[in-house]
Design a protein around this ligand. Structure first.
Ligand code: IMP
Ligand code: MG
Length: 176
């Protein structure tokens, strides 16, 4: 089996788009403190690049979730592997995701966070594959809409590899 990665979104395009997203967010959150929650591990690169470009007071927290929980039933809750260090209650929260696929992880995470009654809750994703959606999610900030391709790099992995690539690439697996 041979794996190759084809450059899909170069680093310059990612940074340009993240700059545009930050400009919109800066305008929307003027005068507020924004609490961003980076969803580990895929969102680390995006969170760093976005946060560097924000100009309101920003606090950064982390969550790690697994979408499968303890069973295989499709209505099961997500499993929280790591919760935020500080409570979200009464705060302006923004979830930072790498990619939105079926929407399962995010829709469950939104339900979970809303129970703690944040002042507001926004969703910001770098990539979105709308054709794959099974669970509706209202996205507030989206970097790129993409086709149904498996992408890696800029935080995104295939079997924990390729996260370190500075660009988003399409993974091709060829049988030999
Ligand atoms: P969802 O719950 O189906 O929306 O899945 C979202 C999660 O699946 C993302 O946070 C990623 O970890 C993973 N994922 C979905 N599509 C891709 C992809 O193309 N490359 C790498 N990871 C992906
Ligand atoms: Mg992942």
């Amino acid at each position: 089996m041979k794996e190759t990665v084809e450059v899909f979104i170069p680093e310059e395009n990612l940074n340009r788009r993240i700059g545009e997203m930050a400009a919109v967010i800066n305008n929307d959150y003027k005068g507020k403190t924004l609490h961003i929650i980076c969803i580990l591990k895929g969102s680390i690169f995006f969170t760093c690049e976005l946060a560097k470009r924000l100009d309101m007071p920003v606090k950064i927290d982390f969550m790690q979730v697994s979408s499968y929980g303890d069973g295989m039933q499709s209505s099961g809750k997500i499993k929280i592997i790591k919760d935020t260090d500080s409570p979200v209650t009464g705060k302006h929260i923004m979830i930072i995701e790498d990619i939105l696929d079926s929407g399962r992880t995010l829709s469950k995470l939104i339900e979970y966070l809303k129970e703690a009654e944040p002042a507001s809750l926004a969703v910001c994703t770098l990539l979105d594959k709308p054709s794959r959606r099974e669970y509706p999610v209202a996205v507030d900030y989206n970097g790129f809409e993409i086709e149904d391709e498996f992408v890696v790099g800029f935080g995104l992995d295939y079997a924990q590899r390729y996260r370190n690539l500075p660009y988003i690439g399409i993974l091709k697996i060829e049988q030999d």
